[in-house]
Design a protein around this ligand. Structure first.
Ligand code: F6P
Length: 539
């Protein structure tokens, strides 16, 4: 069991939680008019409002004791020193080096920064060549369309950030993303493209992932059918830690961008995996993204827990999950541009922390990562918010909004903010039966009072609101790094290795045994009757 669970700090929080569980957020607001001031935190021009969480000003200092008891600062130091804190894979965790400013970052006695800078220089040169039209396709035409083929961490980060920074895209270049093994993904993407002006980026840390290898092979067949084998070197580049496999696939080593096993797939946006994004927004803006992440790194590495945004988000998640029993969290960005953030964070958080075996090979002994899901507002309001308000399930919500619009169309942004703040207020305060009744009676003309139970809202649904200045590369970089460090903190608190993903392997392993059965190459044997029946039904 996680030793933190038997610590005095944990017991103090448990005692405190017992006293708070019966209190309604509406009452907490009514009894403390300074609640917002006391429970919101600022960082530069960001605002993190925790006042709608089911906490009091006494809660956060108690939770901060967990940060100390779990020795989170010590884990940060070990990460920064290049220790193999991903112990099941024997790897260091140094993705922050990819946005590091100056000075060496040591791994096994060597500075990793010269290699990092060399690949960054290679990316810059490649972006310039594509943007200037110097890089030509096999028929001499400039590239108009980039297709990133990758999955998981080799897709979600650049895809999410490319959409998030739509207001910053360079003109005359379209960037597409293909991930799914289902041929519909690649086929529908290629349908609108011309081989002469299309360049593929094959992004895979391992260069063995089935989905990516299949899509890469099909993309290559599409290209060579039109332009011949010799065209591959002008239309394919690759990003991987396995440059030998890149060469074996037939991609020119000069067109390969390296990264390293100390970069976890879901933490790899900052590496050459971000090439598609750098092409979409230009290298200067990609550098601003890195600078934003660096600013968040410096904040996380130095701020005390009660002022430290990643620490606070982590402690609130732990509080909701382990002390209030909330097992889902809805991520609700009121930003169309951040529409893919929930999906991106599903991998970052659930692949990192969706575990029950702790660093010592024992059961953690408490609930860990909640189920994370979400949609951008206001769309979600017309889909699932009904359940949030009246479905009788307690969960935590996380609202993200920007003070200024990235696409400032007259009449839109104030309404968007009004909806965001209205939702968190409604979820917090609810509406009593008496209030509903009074509202119906005072309506003109008066409405039937039998509607009162239908118009009653329990409220007490906690939420966090993160208010950002404006979505730009710097802000986005800091936002992603915020969540990375939150994941790191929760890993330390739950005594989990947040950097492996053994749970993903088992399904892959079974798929490999089923494939020859579905293809009719081996008999359907040694599997359960349901799976055998499904295979038979496909024949
Ligand atoms: O989903 C499992 C996983 O290993 C992720 O961690 C990773 O981001 C993804 O597969 C893709 O892996 P690769 O970049 O090696 O193709």
């Amino acid at each position: 069991m996680n030793p933190l669970l038997s610590s005095p700090a944990w017991k103090d929080v448990e005692r405190h939680a017992q006293g708070l569980r019966g209190r309604h957020l509406r009452d907490l607001f009514a009894t403390d008019p300074t609640r917002f001031q006391r429970l919101s935190v600022r960082w530069n021009d960001w605002l993190l409002d925790l006042s709608k969480q089911r906490i009091t000003p006494e809660t956060l200092p108690l939770l901060a004791e967990l940060w100390n008891s779990a020795a989170v600062p010590g884990w940060i130091a070990r990460m920064r020193a290049g220790e193999p804190i991903n112990h099941t894979e024997g790897r260091a965790v140094l993705h922050f080096a990819l946005r590091h400013g100056g000075g060496p970052i040591m791994l096994d006695g060597a500075d990793v920064m010269p290699d990092v800078r060399a690949v960054q220089g290679q990316m810059r040169g490649f972006c310039d060549a594509i943007h200037s039209g110097r890089w030509r396709g096999a028929t001499g035409e400039p590239i108009s369309d980039i297709v990133n083929i990758g999955i998981g961490g080799s897709d979600l980060g650049p895809r999410m950030a490319t959409q998030a920074l739509a207001a910053h895209h360079v003109p005359h270049l379209r960037v597409h993303f293909v991930a799914n093994l289902d041929g519909a993904d690649l086929a529908t993407t290629l349908a609108g493209l011309a081989p002469r002006t299309t360049l593929f980026i094959i992004a895979s840390k391992t260069f063995t992932t089935q989905e990516t290898m299949q899509n890469a092979a099909s993309a290559r067949a599409w290209l060579t059918a039109a332009l011949g084998e010799a065209a591959v070197s002008r239309h394919f580049v690759a990003i991987s830690t396995a440059l030998d496999r890149v060469a074996a696939f037939g991609i020119d080593p000069d067109n390969a961008f390296a990264f390293w096993d100390w970069v976890g797939g879901r933490f790899s946006l900052w590496s050459a995996i971000g090439l598609s994004l750098a092409l979409a927004i230009g290298h200067e803006k990609f550098a601003q993204l890195l600078a934003g992440a660096r600013a968040m790194d410096e904040h996380f590495f130095s701020a005390p827990p009660l002022e430290n945004l990643p620490a606070l988000l982590a402690l609130i998640d732990l509080w909701n999950s382990d002390f209030l029993g909330l097992q889902t969290r809805a991520l609700l960005p009121y930003s169309q541009s951040l529409g893919l953030l929930p999906r991106y964070l599903q991998q970052l958080e659930m692949e990192s922390l969706g575990k029950q075996t702790d660093r010592d090979g024992k059961l953690v002994g408490c609930p860990t990562q909640p189920i994370l899901w979400g949609e951008p507002g206001t769309n979600g309001q017309h889909a699932f918010y009904q359940l949030l308000h009246q479905g009788g399930r307690a969960l935590s919500c996380e609202f993200i909004a920007c003070r200024a619009a990235d696409f400032p169309l007259a009449g839109h942004h104030a309404k968007l903010l009004a909806n965001c703040f209205a939702q968190s207020a409604a979820l917090m305060q609810g509406k009593t039966a008496a209030e509903a009744c009074a509202e119906l009676e005072s309506a003109v003309p008066p409405a039937p009072t039998f509607l009162a139970p239908y118009k009653t809202f329990p409220g007490n649904q906690p939420s966090t609101t993160l208010l950002l200045p404006k979505l730009d590369p710097h802000t986005l970089g800091a936002l992603i790094a915020l969540y990375e460090h939150k994941v790191f903190t929760l890993g330390a608190l739950w005594n989990l290795n947040a950097f492996d993903q053994w749970g993903v392997e088992y399904g892959k392993q079974i798929a490999n045994t089923l494939l020859p059965m579905i293809e009719g190459k081996t008999p359907v044997a040694n599997i359960d009757s349901s799976t055998a029946g499904l295979i038979a039904a496909c024949k």
